[in-house]
Design a protein around this ligand. Sequence first.
Ligand code: PGA
Length: 252
Amino acid sequence: MRKPFVAGNWKMNKTVKESLALVRDLLPGMEAVTGVEKVLCPPFPSLFAVSTLISGLDIGLGAQNMHWEASGAYTGEVSANMIKELCQYVIIGHSERRQYFAETDQTVNRKVKAALSAELIPIVCVGETLEQKQAGQTAGVVIRQVRDGLQGLTSVEASRIVIAYEPVWAIGTGLASGGQDANDVVKDMIRPTLASLFGENIAQAVRVLYGGSVTGKNAAEFFNQSDIDGALVGGASLKVDDFLQIIKAALK
Ligand code: PGA
């Protein structure tokens, strides 16, 4: 049994004050839903403040990125150990990081390993661009991102990760994938790749989320699929009613 999982990726939105206000508004509704792993991923400056608000509650905290080195002369970067004091999760390899900050499967792999060593749970993002989809390259791209991003992990490490399938063309566009189409990618490409790397049991145990224009309205379409275990939510995670509706929908 894979526990449903919903994470809100706030991206570069909300000051510390605004973050606290949003979390206060979300708390009653989020606390009311049990049986779903609920995670908030605010920007770095808000992590400490939000961690104090949700301390002791059944709500997880995640960072949106990290560096793979433990410490040192990397101006502007943040390491797993720094995140670890506040968070349980970290998003790695989001398509915006790949697109605007030159992240590759190799840097994703280093970050995933560093996160796991610090006992953080990486939420590893994969997904094809519109160009790649139109060129019929979805399988090739997604399989390569999973294989190279997770290269060298032990089965025990692999069993702890969460994967988010986020077709790039669906992110922030309002053009969500169809539920069935997203499920096909997870079932026929992502889980078989996990099985070939780590065995069938791990492939069936790892949570795989869908991300890309998930809203309160369309969330159930994804959660009703056989192989989708939750959502990584961007824009709608900043809207109280929408995000709460998505969390409730995850309780299939
Ligand atoms: P979106 O973003 O829900 O705004 O499409 C999803 C994501 O980037 O994780």
